[in-house]
Design a protein around this ligand. Structure first.
Ligand SMILES: [Zn+2]
Ligand SMILES: [Zn+2]
Length: 257
C-alpha cells in the first residue's frame, strides 16, 4: 500500500491511497478536480486509477471537488449517513452515494473501515485502510481523541493525524473569541499537544510513520508542531518514528506503508 497527502489544511484536504496493484481511492476531495488531477499527475497517476471518493464530512475543505469529480469521472461517493444527507442537497441528480456502515469496504486490495470522530459536522468519520498486514489510519478534523479513536490507531504502520494548532498561538492570535472556542472545543480541531499525547499512548514498534495534517496556517507552524509531537513520542520512548508535516500547497512524497 502507498499513500500521499495531496493537500492538507483549511483551504482543502485530499489524500490518495493505492494498493500494490495501483487501485486507488481519494479520501476527501477538498480541492478542485483540476488541482487534484495535477497532484496525481506528479506521481504519474490519474483519475482512471481511482475507484471511489471517501468523504470524512461535509465541510467544504473536504468536499469542494466532489460534485464535479462525481459527474465527470462517474466515481461513487462513500460517506456516513449524516454526511450523505447533507451533501445530497448540493449534488443534484447524482445517485452513486454509498453509506459507510460498519461493514468493511473493498476497493481493489484495500479494505476500508470507518469510525466516528468528534467534530462539528453531521457525522464525521476517520478511516482505517488495510492491505494484507499493513494498516494505515487517517483522521483529521476531530476535537478530541476519545478511547475508541485511540483503539483504531493502535497497531498501525502509519498514521495521518490532525495537529491543527498550537494552543498559545491560537489564543494569542487574531481569531474572534467564539471561533477560538470552537477550534479548541471537543468538536473542533486537535492541538499539537493533543495529537502528541494520543500518539505517545498508542505508538508501538510497528508504527513507522506519522504524518501531521490539517495544520492551521494562522495558528500553527510546522516546526512547532513537529517539536511538540516528537517530544511526546520521545518521552514515551518512541524514537524510531518518522514524523513529517503535510502541506497545503504541495503533495507529500508517495509513502510505502
Ligand atoms: Zn471540518
Ligand atoms: Zn477540515
Amino acid at each position: 500500500m502507498k499513500f500521499s497527502i495531496l493537500a492538507s489544511g483549511s483551504e482543502g484536504n485530499c489524500a490518495f491511497v493505492e494498493d500494490d496493484n495501483g487501485a486507488g481511492v481519494l479520501i476527501d476531495v477538498g480541492l478542485s478536480m483540476r488541482r487534484i488531477g495535477e497532484r496525481l499527475k506528479e506521481f504519474d497517476r490519474d483519475y482512471n486509477c481511482i475507484q471511489a471518493m471517501l468523504i470524512s464530512h461535509e465541510h467544504s475543505d473536504h468536499l469542494r471537488g466532489a460534485a464535479v469529480i462525481a459527474r465527470r469521472q462517474d466515481l461513487p461517493i462513500y460517506a456516513s449517513e449524516g454526511t450523505i444527507a447533507t451533501v445530497k442537497r448540493h449534488i443534484n441528480n447524482f445517485t452513486r452515494f454509498f453509506s459507510l456502515n460498519s461493514e468493511t469496504l473493498e476497493f481493489g486490495n484495500l479494505q476500508v473501515e470507518s469510525f466516528s470522530v468528534n467534530h462539528d459536522a453531521s457525522e464525521t468519520m476517520g478511516f482505517l485502510i488495510v492491505e494484507g498486514d499493513k494498516r494505515l489510519v487517517i483522521a483529521t478534523d476531530l476535537g478530541i481523541v476519545d478511547l475508541a479513536t485511540l483503539n483504531w490507531m493502535r497497531d498501525c504502520d502509519a498514521i495521518v493525524l490532525e495537529a491543527n494548532h498550537d494552543v498559545s498561538m491560537l489564543l494569542d492570535g487574531p481569531y474572534p473569541w467564539d471561533l477560538k472556542q470552537r477550534i479548541k472545543g471537543q468538536h473542533g480541531h486537535l492541538s499539537n499537544e493533543q495529537a502528541g499525547e494520543a500518539l505517545a499512548q498508542i505508538a508501538s514498534p510497528r508504527l513507522k510513520r506519522v504524518v501531521l495534517a490539517h495544520l492551521s496556517q494562522q495558528n500553527n507552524d510546522a516546526k512547532v508542531a513537529l517539536k511538540s509531537v516528537k517530544s511526546h513520542l520521545k518521552k514515551a520512548g518512541h524514537n524510531h518514528i518518522d514524523v513529517i508535516v503535510a502541506q497545503q500547497h504541495c503533495a507529500t512524497e508517495m509513502f510505502e506503508v
